[in-house]
Design a protein around this ligand. Sequence first.
Ligand SMILES: Cc1ncc(C[n+]2csc(CCOP(=O)(O)OP(=O)(O)O)c2C)c(N)n1
Ligand SMILES: [Mg+2]
Length: 356
Amino acid sequence: MSSQAARPAERAGPGEITDTLRRRMLEIMLVARALDERGLNLQRQGRIGFYVPMEGQEGAQVGCGLALDPKDWLCPGYRETAVALCRGIPLPMILAQLFGNKEDVCRGRQMPNHFGFREYRYVGTSSPIGTQIPHAVGLALAARWKGEKVVSVAFFGDGGTSSNDFHSGLNFAGVYRAPVIFFCQNNQWAISLPRSKQTRSESLAQKAEAYGFPGVQVDGNDVEAVYQAVREARGRALAGEGPTLIEAVTYRMGPHSTSDDPRRYRTAEELALWKSRDPLERLKEQLVRSGTLGPRELDELTENARAEVAAAIQQVEPIGPPEPSTLFDDVYARRTPRLEEERQQFLSQAPPGGSP
Ligand SMILES: Cc1ncc(C[n+]2csc(CCOP(=O)(O)OP(=O)(O)O)c2C)c(N)n1
Ligand SMILES: [Mg+2]
């Protein structure tokens, strides 16, 4: 299967955005949108248990994801699937985690969308809000001590800025000038809590001032502006100038997750306003207006993205669940005698391939 999303990102030099890069941005945003459509439907049809959509935030995620190098550490939250696509993580690998099947790297033990892809430096996602922030700082410091020319990125939302870990992480990073980027997607809502009730601060970016490093607010629905902001922050981090907090102002157009109904706490007018600022539509218009893409080519790319997602689902869905006996793996590096005893007992009662 030709995987558009799995192709390594075309990267421009600092500040330079070529048409090839714009097209790449569009391709990944289209795959992300197509994955969202199918992800929500798969859950509604009872084919996966849970899904976390990113619709509306593709500009922020792709702008950031493509501005990074493949060896930079990613410390994501649960909504960063478009960043995973930018990293080149193949769609079937992502889908296997959503289905929690035999090929799922998490072996069906994590909630869907709580990915972790070790070989891609995509750190396992924890549900508790903010815990990835100090992890990113630690990874950044470790990389610097090892002499690696990489940065680490902590992804979190507007709600994440109220967590204890936000304060500990940013303070520590400021003191040690860690090569880390704090990438906050202010999508206006923390489930049902609006940004206006999250903090009395005028902006989230300004919180960086208290920690002694720059905070930048950027239009998160402008993929190119986000790209530039992240390139700049990355350059600063690698030059030894320390962390940057980026507040990408955007909007979660879909529900918080498949367990949420946003109509209960926000208005149709608000949604309509942000839909008119859809980052995907904005990039499409820009590419057509500049003559980079014709409408027919645009339709083709949209169809390709949908077909790619459909093919990956077809490939992954028939794979069965993990063997129940794998439950005993990965708990310890070496199984303890007690665990081994339990495993043997389990195996003696279980029919091949099934539960006792
Ligand atoms: C420490 C902690 N408190 C509460 C929750 C419940 N919770 C799950 S998601 C969420 C909202 C987070 O909002 P935000 O940081 O803005 O990210 P978004 O979901 O908007 O991407 C909350 C409160 C949690 N997972 N962890
Ligand atoms: Mg939020």
